[in-house]
Design a protein around this ligand. Structure first.
Ligand code: M6R
Length: 615
């Protein structure tokens, strides 16, 4: 939520900052702004809309601004205060001394604002951020222009979550950063320092990154990058080398990142399998080392996540459950886990899954589990992210940077790694038979080619999307291994096509939702050729009897299913537990082409942000 970019060096800053903002635009895109220096002043340019609009506005600034060798920028996902130019960041203190951008929520902003207003300081915006900006200017004055001291005082006053990036008018070669609860990454390349919310913004400059920890400050300048604790004590930090290619975060010849990322899934799966298996064996020992004998003592396994990552954990639960009937396995939405009286402790393992590693609810849930003495494992796509640093055992998914707001290839990265993790844990527990291990690894290895064959049938899926895009809504139904896919299929359609779409376990339809069916509501049914095929087809028939058009995802060769369908998409056969790996692809492509037919903004759907760093 909100993207930040800062630069101080020897080159003109504006292009570097605007490019960094464009790369992070998926984090928030209702408004944007930049601050640059000109003759001892700091000039702000802000717009409502996209970074492309900001580029135009920067072009209209006085020419000296384009020579500024430092600056900060921001793309906003509004929390406090409407989407207006005034509320867009950067914010400037009344005396013009401090200019600041912020990601997060300052919870005590009202109290600070009241206090400052009673002392005669005039606020210009409705944002929580302005309170931090005005307060810092006052503190900078009372600290006699000692920036470190003022930053210490500021951070001790603020509650809530913040990544703050600050320019002081009288410190031209400095940018200050503070982090509590919201991500911030910094880097120094020998002649310039950078900061950003997301590593992808920095990869075009350097791959050696220093992630700020909770309670840390950074001082960026053209010849150095320094760190301090909120107590003002200097901190040493070694950069982490991030092995991502900046072109991975480019669209290439694709119209949308989402489409490019859907197509990358066979590679993500292949890479994950190659990295973590040897012939027919799982080999996760190098990536994750749990205390010896632990798995034999474990009684409870919890998978915790939000959104698409949560659906990935349902896939993992189902695989685990099918292989070991003696474990108490649950999946939990992180935003609920954190407020329930959840069980935990020595006999429990909890797996926290977050592609960004920054989702506020998932982080809070992990902290709770840790406090209970639960053994915690994190799974994330971003090395150095908060969850990676806070949780003792981390598994990195190998999807590479995902830019489209709708998660696709990171879901594939998660379910493939989760499947391997489940097998690894059960092997340690001695409940995974060699034949199941070989069967599942073999099944996984055969999948990338099968996935590719589905992607190649895109035109067929696009035609169906065009046919059904005028439906008043969609029900996605399926049983057992298809249930998480019904949820993912419905979520994808909601988030990028803005169409009402609901997911139901097929057997649940007649307990209420069936009342909604008529000829304008399309039912998408997942009906692979398993032991549950007939039962699901009976549910499909119940929908057809209420005139609902039915679009079926079936197994290749299942021609008889056509008797139950207005339209069908056939996908290759897999091991039953592995159906989600193939079944998700037509759903992603269907959502993508539906949104395209409706001319939606696919990579940056309205109201959303890719990483949800507020509660
Ligand atoms: O970064 P996370 O995996 O923790 O994000 C969780 C959800 O916000 C995320 O999966 C969201 O539902 C997807 N962008 C939807 O496509």
């Amino acid at each position: 939520m909100c993207g930040i970019m800062g630069y101080v060096g020897k080159s003109p800053a504006s292009g570097i900052i605007l490019e960094g903002l464009a790369r992070q635009e998926y984090r928030g895109y209702d408004s944007a702004g930049i601050a640059l220096r000109r003759e001892g002043e700091i000039i702000n340019a802000k717009i409502v809309g996209r970074v492309s609009e900001l580029v135009r506005k920067v072009g209209e600034l006085p020419p000296e601004c384009s020579q500024s060798t430092s600056g900060i920028g921001h793309t906003r996902w509004a929390t406090h205060g409407g989407v207006t130019e005034t509320n867009a960041h950067p914010h400037e203190s009344a005396d013009g001394m401090v200019v600041l951008v912020h990601n997060g929520i300052i919870e005590n902003s009202r109290e600070i604002r009241d206090e400052l207003e009673s002392n005669g300081i005039r606020f210009r915006t409705e944002t929580d951020t302005e309170a931090a900006c005005q307060l810092l200017a006052v503190l900078y004055g009372t600290c006699g222009g000692d920036a470190l001291k003022a930053m210490r005082k500021l951070t001790s006053r603020l509650t809530g979550a913040f990544a703050l990036v600050i320019m002081f008018r009288d410190r031209p070669d400095e940018i200050w950063c503070a982090r509590k609860g919201s991500p911030l990454v910094t880097a120094f390349d020998g002649s310039a320092s950078y900061c950003a919310s997301d590593p992808t913004a920095l990869l075009g400059h350097t791959h050696d990154l220093c992630f700020l920890e909770e309670g840390e400050l950074a001082l960026l300048s053209s010849d150095d990058l320094k760190f301090y604790g909120f107590d003002g004590q200097p901190r040493d930090k070694s950069p982490i080398h991030l092995n991502w290619d900046s072109v991975m975060a480019d669209k290439g010849h694709y119209e949308h990142f989402m489409r490019k990322e859907i197509g990358e899934q066979p590679d993500v799966l292949r890479l994950t399998i190659d990295a973590h298996t040897i012939v027919t064996n799982v080999a996760l020992e190098k990536s994750i080392t749990l205390p010896k004998g632990l798995m034999k003592k474990i009684r409870r396994v919890q998978f915790v996540a939000c959104g698409t990552s949560y659906y990935a954990t349902i896939v993992a639960r189902d695989i685990m459950e099918s292989l070991d009937g003696n474990l108490d396995i649950s999946v939990e939405v992180a935003s609920e886990y954190r407020y329930r009286n959840i069980r935990g402790g020595e006999d429990t393992i909890a797996v926290f899954v977050s592609q960004s590693g920054e989702t506020a609810d998932t982080l809070a849930a992990a902290r709770i589990a840790k406090a209970l003495g639960t053994h915690c494992i994190a799974m994330t796509n971003v090395r150095g992210s908060t969850i990676d640093r806070e949780v003792e055992h981390t598994l990195l998914s190998l999807a590479g940077p995902e830019v489209g707001v709708a998660a696709t290839k990171t879901f594939m990265g998660q379910i493939s790694l989760l499947a391997l993790l489940v097998m690894h844990l059960l092997k340690e527990r001695e409940t995974l038979s060699a034949s199941d291990e070989a069967r599942l690894i073999g099944g996984l290895r055969s999948l990338p080619a099968l996935q590719q064959s589905v992607i190649e049938r895109e035109d067929e899926i696009a035609a169906l999307a065009k046919k059904y895009c005028k439906s008043k809504g969609f029900f996605f139904i399926g049983r057992r291994e298809c249930v998480p896919l019904t949820m993912e299929g419905a979520l994808k359609l909601k988030e990028i096509a803005y169409l009402p779409s609901e997911a139901y376990a097929a057997g649940e339809m007649k307990h209420g939702p069936i009342a909604m069916l008529d000829e304008k509501l399309t039912v998408v049914a997942l009906v692979p050729d398993t032991d549950l095929r007939e039962k699901t087809l009976s549910n499909v028939e119940e929908c057809r009897a209420r005139n609902a058009p039915t679009l079926l995802i079936v197994s290749e060769g299942d021609h008889d299913a056509s008797a139950h369908a207005n339209d069908m998409i056939a996908v290759p056969r897999t091991e039953p537990e592995l159906f989600p790996f193939i079944g998700v692809i037509p759903l992603q492509l269907f959502a993508y082409h539906t949104a395209r037919s409706l001319d939606r903004d696919i990579d940056m759907p309205r109201n959303l942000a890719k990483s949800v760093t507020v509660e």
